[in-house]
Ligand binder design. Structure first.
Ligand code: PBG
Length: 327
């Protein structure tokens, strides 16, 4: 093995064109999935305080946004709904005329190839803000799965292209897969939030989706941040149950997990750069404590380098514009 002075790793770093030539990881628009928040009403575009540049939008504004996203070359969006009424069992989640079902139909009317992914969970729809049906303060697993199945099928009926369960109940991927198949949706993929940690990084999202739990937390179903082997077991069971795409969430603090899951299973792997990751970069950028654009690209490049094939990120639009500019 050659050593210094014959081996000089800096040789490939002097010339910027050579640096471009040897670069191992490049972000592409095809990596991007843009999260959107839809609310009832008209003319609503509410900026989320803890997430500058991210809005709750009413239908007609959302639809225009989707047309613009398609023009920008962003391949996919993931939708989160804020219902009109919340109740104990999250009824609007599986109402054929719920906000998400309406949004999917409206987007599908005006876009040609934008992939519409829907988040399947109950937390936005329940009066208590928990991800499932409660017995006292306990979230009931199997009873919740029954409702998630109804929600997933109703999203597919509305025209969703991919179903993304984010609830972390046991067995929901198998149950959803079976129900989709029975309803004729054998070709609709399931993107499983397979490895989802009980993370403090979701704080700003709960402002956006109005889904903060009324008491307690999500540690009885989301994963302990300290665990890595368990991530493999979670991913493995979702794959066995029929998941087509496996997600790790959050992304930035869990690059080791993205890497392990990708290495172990070689599945199409998604990573979610969540609200808190976005908020931190935005806040520091606004204070001129960091260079926001540079850190945006660095953080996403690192997530891709770790093994993510696609990234859910609130920066998707900014990245698409950046890629156009730097062509
Ligand atoms: C649950 C869901 C959450 C996020 C995506 N889907 C919130 C939670 O688990 O509390 C968080 C995404 C983010 O922080 O950007 N429906």
């Amino acid at each position: 093995m050659a050593t210094f002075p014959t081996k000089r790793l800096r040789r490939l770093r002097y010339n910027p064109t050579v640096r471009d030539m040897v670069r191992e990881t490049a972000l592409s628009k095809n990596d991007l999935i843009y999260p959107l928040f839809v609310v009832h009403g008209k003319g609503i575009k509410n900026e989320i305080k803890s997430m500058p540049g991210v809005y709750q939008m009413s239908l007609e504004i959302l639809v225009n946004e989707c047309v613009e996203l398609e023009k920008l070359g962003i391949p996919a969006v993931i939708l989160f709904g804020i219902p009109e009424h919340k109740d104990e069992v999250g009824s609007e989640a599986y109402d054929p005329d719920g906000i998400i079902q309406q949004a999917v139909r409206a987007i599908k009317k005006v876009t040609k190839k934008l992939v519409v992914i829907t988040d399947v969970c109950l937390c936005e729809y329940t009066s208590h803000g928990h991800c499932g049906v409660l017995d006292g303060e306990r979230i009931l697993n199997d009873e919740t799965v029954d409702l998630l199945v109804k929600e997933a099928v109703s999203h597919a009926k509305a025209g969703a292209d991919i179903i993304a369960p984010s609830d972390m109940m046991d067995g929901r991927i198998g149950a959803i897969r079976k129900a989709l198949d029975q309803n004729g949706f054998t070709e609709i993929p399931v993107m499983s939030y397979a490895v989802k940690y009980a993370s403090g990084f979701y704080g700003p999202f709960r402002d956006a989706a109005e889904s903060t739990p009324a008491f307690g937390d999500r540690r009885s179903h989301q994963m302990d941040v300290a665990n890595g082997n368990e991530a493999i077991r979670e991913a493995e069971s979702d794959i066995e149950e029929g998941a087509d795409i496996i997600m790790v969430k959050p992304a930035g603090a869990y690059l080791d997990i993205i890497w392990r899951v990708k290495e172990k299973f070689g599945m199409p792997t998604a990573a979610y750069q969540v609200s808190g990751e976005y908020a931190m970069i935005k806040a520091a950028g606004r204070n001129n404590w960091i260079d926001e654009e540079r850190v945006m690209i660095e953080s996403l490049t690192a997530i891709k380098r770790a093994g993510a094939d696609m990234i859910l990120t609130y920066f998707a639009k900014d990245v698409a514009k950046y890629l156009d500019k730097s062509k």
